[in-house]
Design a protein around this ligand. Sequence first.
Ligand SMILES: Nc1ncnc2c1ncn2[C@@H]1O[C@H](COP(=O)(O)OP(=O)(O)O)[C@@H](O)[C@H]1O
Ligand SMILES: [Mg+2]
Length: 240
Amino acid sequence: MLDLDAASIVESITTSEISISGRLVDASNATLFGTVSSETGEHEIPIIYKPIAGERPLWDFPDGDLASREVAAYEINKYLSFNIVPFTTLRDGPYGIGAVQQWIEIDESFDLIAFSQTDDPRLREIALFDAVINNTDRKIGHLLMDAEHNLFGIDHGVSLHSENKLRTVLWQWRGMNFTEIEVVKLKKFISERERITVSLANLITEMEIAALFARVTSLISAGSFPEPNGEWPAIPWPPI
Ligand SMILES: Nc1ncnc2c1ncn2[C@@H]1O[C@H](COP(=O)(O)OP(=O)(O)O)[C@@H](O)[C@H]1O
Ligand SMILES: [Mg+2]
């Protein structure tokens, strides 16, 4: 873990020059690994940079770009008072505007496959987050466990579509009632609609923002986690 406070990490990832040091070969789009310098210049903060120019077009996500969806997902995570998504921002970089996200150093020895099927409350929070953002790609590889055993969720480029397309490996809470705290979080999200709409307006379409609030409203009235709808493949492939 970096010996820097969260605010200064955010500041550096937002404003410092990006140095690219590699490309992630298993990524489906141009996903670059790099660093930014801390404000004092004493630390290198690892980041992942996904330039919009390197995106492959997708038939089912024709509007906008994936980088903006990643940033929108980060913003929504913040409005829900979750700490699931590592800090993510849209900014210029060596290959143009893209999503820049803090890189999480993972615990390589941790068995995420077994963990992902448990009823750990941190996974439950991610399952709720995915229902809100309509995530189509919650694979095990999009869960990260760091050395201090904080759990993160990444790769939200294919989320926030206006039609329901939830695809996840986290179905263990399907049909189960929300806790009171979960309902309070969802209701608070609805009550902040105006502010949230402004912050998402340049990231996703008006229709997608309307669909986001409609999803949250119907989650509140259902009072429970969604179930697979039977039309759309419910589990991403490959699931790892
Ligand atoms: N913030 C991050 N911290 C640590 N590893 C990451 C982070 N973002 C991505 N990765 C690693 O890079 C891989 C590819 O990134 P991902 O966001 O899944 O890109 P793609 O959209 O190309 O699938 C991930 O599966 C993960 O192993
Ligand atoms: Mg991925």
